[in-house]
Design a protein around this ligand. Structure first.
Ligand code: GDP
Length: 473
C-alpha cells in the first residue's frame, strides 16, 4: 500500500527493506515512523494527517453564485393516520405524470416527480414525519416543503401536532392541505381555527401559511395544491449548481434478488451520471445505471431528481448522504474509514449519554447557551398544556425551557428521533415509552424521565435549570 501511494513499485520497497536487513511479507504492518522514513528515502514529502481528514473535501465544494440554477422543490406529506396522505400522493401522481413520459410503468422507488405548468415537483413517497425525522437524525435534510394533511371531518389530531413540531424543528415551511372536503360532514374552517392553537396561521386567518382545500377522492383542489407548492418554492428561491459532481441523500435502499443492491437517491446538487463513483454512508459503488420512477434509464440526473441507482456494493441506509468521488481508491478509503468508525462507535455506545439532564447542563454551561431543550409527552392534552405553561413560567432572562414538542400519547420512536436531532431530554407524564422507543433511546443515548406529579417534574427541571445560572446567583 505504501508503494502504491508513493507510485513506486512494490518490489523496490521490499528490496529497500532487504538492504536494511529486514524481510517484509505481504500483510506485515509498518508503523508510522518507519513508513515516513521509507517515504523520505524514496524522495517523497510526507504530510501527516489525522484519520478524520480522510473525508476532507467530500462535502464542501464551494459553488460560485453564477453557477446556481433553479431546481424543483422536494416535498414531504405529513399528517395524522387515515387523514389521506397515501391517497393524496397517489392522486397527485396519477394525475400529473411528467409529460412526455406517459406510458412508462410507475415504479415505487421512494420518490417521484410530477410536472405542473412546465415545472417539476419532487414528492417523497414515504408519507409521515417518522421517515422525515429519521433522515434528519442522520444529518440529511431532503425536504424543502412539508404538506400537512388534515382531514376536514376529523380536524387536528395528535400526529397532526407532531408533524407541525417536526416541520418547525427542521425549519421547513408548511402548506396545509385540508383533505376530504367531498364529505358532507367536512368542516374546513374548524381545521383552520384549531391550527391557530398550534401556531399555524393560515392565510385566510390573516397568517402566511398557504392552505388548500382538497379531496384525494374526487381530485378537487389538487391543481391548486401544486400551484401553492410552486408558489412557496418561488419564495424559497431554491437553487443548486448542476455543473459539478453530484451530492445528495439516500431515500431508500434494498437488496434486489435480480439486480443486487439498489438505492434510490435524491440528487441535491450537481449532476449524477452513469459511471460515477460514489460513496453513500458506509458503502460505495460505480453507478451502472440510473432508473427513474417510470422505469426509464436516464443519461443524467439533475438536482432534485430522484433516481434508482444500480452498482453499489452494499445497501446504504435511508438518510445517508452520498457524494461522487474521483476514483475507486478514494471511495474505498472513505468507506473503510467509516466502517471502522461505526464499529468503534458501537463499542463505545454505552459510554456516551448524550441527552441526560446533567450532561446538558455542563454542555450548556461551557457553550454559554442558556436553553433547556425538552420533549414532553403526557396522558392527556390538558396535563400537557399545564406542564408546558408551568415550564414557560420558569424562564428567566438567563435561562429558559425550549420545548420542541409537547403532545398527548405514549413515547414513540419518532419522539426519540426528534429528541436526538434537537438534543432534547424526553419527559413522560403518566405515559411510558414503547419497546422500540426505549431501544432507540438507549442506542442514541437519550434520557427519558418519567413523572406522575406535575410539581415534581417542574421542580426537577427548575433544579437542573438553576445549575445553568451564572455562579454569582
Ligand atoms: P393515510 O393513513 O394518511 O395515508 O390515509 P389514507 O390515504 O390511507 O386514507 C385513509 C382513508 O381515507 C382511506 O379509506 C381513503 O380512501 C380515505 N380518503 C382519503 N382521502 C379521501 C378524500 O379526499 N375523501 C374521502 N371521502 N375519503 C378519503
Amino acid at each position: 500500500e505504501l508503494a502504491q501511494r508513493m507510485s513506486e513499485r512494490a518490489v523496490d520497497v521490499v528490496k529497500y527493506f532487504m538492504k536494511q536487513g529486514q524481510i517484509m511479507k505481504p500483510g506485515d504492518v509498518l508503523d508510522a515512523d518507519t513508513a515516513e522514513l521509507v517515504a523520505s528515502e524514496f524522495g517523497h514529502t510526507v504530510r501527516r494527517v489525522a484519520e478524520s481528514d480522510i473525508e476532507e473535501g467530500l462535502f464542501d465544494i464551494a459553488d460560485r453564485p453564477e453557477d446556481m440554477e433553479p431546481r424543483p422543490p422536494v416535498v414531504t406529506i405529513m399528517g395524522h393516520v387515515d387523514h389521506g396522505k397515501t391517497s393524496l400522493l397517489d392522486a397527485i401522481r396519477n394525475a400529473n405524470v411528467v409529460s412526455g413520459e406517459a406510458g412508462g410503468i410507475t415504479q415505487h422507488i421512494g420518490a417521484y416527480q410530477v410536472e405542473k405548468n412546465g415545472q417539476k415537483i419532487t414528492f417523497i413517497d414515504t408519507p409521515g414525519h417518522a421517515a422525515f425525522t429519521a433522515m434528519r437524525a442522520r444529518g440529511a435534510q431532503a425536504t424543502d416543503i412539508a404538506i400537512l394533511v388534515v382531514a376536514a371531518d376529523d380536524s387536528v389530531m395528535p400526529q397532526t401536532i407532531e408533524s407541525i413540531s417536526h416541520a418547525k424543528a427542521a425549519g421547513v415551511p408548511i402548506i396545509v392541505a385540508i383533505n376530504k372536503v367531498d364529505k358532507h360532514e367536512a368542516d374546513a374552517n374548524k381545521v383552520r381555527t384549531e391550527l391557530l392553537r398550534h401556531e399555524v396561521f393560515v392565510e385566510s386567518m390573516g397568517g402566511e401559511v398557504l392552505d388548500v382545500e382538497v379531496s384525494a377522492k374526487t381530485g378537487q383542489g389538487l391543481d391548486k395544491l401544486l400551484e401553492a407548492i410552486l408558489l412557496q418554492a418561488e419564495v424559497l428561491d431554491l437553487k443548486a449548481n448542476p455543473e459539478r459532481t453530484a451530492e445528495g441523500v439516500v431515500i431508500e435502499a434494498k437488496l434486489d434478488k435480480g439486480r443486487g443492491p439498489v438505492a434510490t437517491v435524491l440528487v441535491q446538487t450537481g449532476t449524477l451520471l452513469p459511471g460515477d463513483i460514489l460513496v453513500a454512508g458506509n458503502e460505495w459503488g460505480r453507478v451502472r445505471a440510473l432508473v427513474n420512477d417510470l422505469g426509464k434509464h436516464l443519461s443524467e440526473a439533475l438536482p432534485s431528481t430522484p433516481v434508482e441507482i444500480l452498482g453499489i456494493q452494499g445497501t446504504p441506509q435511508a438518510g445517508d448522504k452520498f457524494a461522487v468521488v474521483n476514483d475507486e481508491a478514494r471511495a474505498r478509503e472513505i468507506t473503510e474509514y467509516r466502517q471502522r468508525l461505526a464499529r468503534d462507535k458501537a463499542a463505545a455506545r454505552h459510554v456516551g449519554q448524550r441527552g441526560s439532564l446533567e450532561q446538558m447542563m455542563s454542555k450548556l454551561q461551557t457553550s454559554g447557551l442558556k436553553e433547556f431543550t425538552l420533549l414532553i409527552k403526557g396522558d392527556v392534552q390538558g396535563s400537557v398544556e399545564a406542564i408546558v405553561a408551568a415550564l414557560d413560567n420558569l424562564g428567566t432572562d438567563e435561562v429558559r425551557a425550549r420545548i420542541v414538542h409537547a403532545g398527548a400519547g405514549g413515547i414513540t420512536e419518532s419522539d426519540v428521533s426528534l429528541a436526538e436531532t434537537s438534543g432534547a431530554v424526553i419527559i413522560g407524564f403518566n405515559v411510558r415509552a414503547n419497546v422500540q422507543a426505549r431501544q432507540a433511546a438507549e442506542q442514541a443515548g437519550i434520557e427519558i424521565r418519567y413523572y406522575n406529579i406535575i410539581y415534581a417534574l417542574v421542580d426537577d427541571v427548575k433544579d437542573a435549570m438553576s445549575g445553568l445560572l451564572s455562579p454569582e446567583r
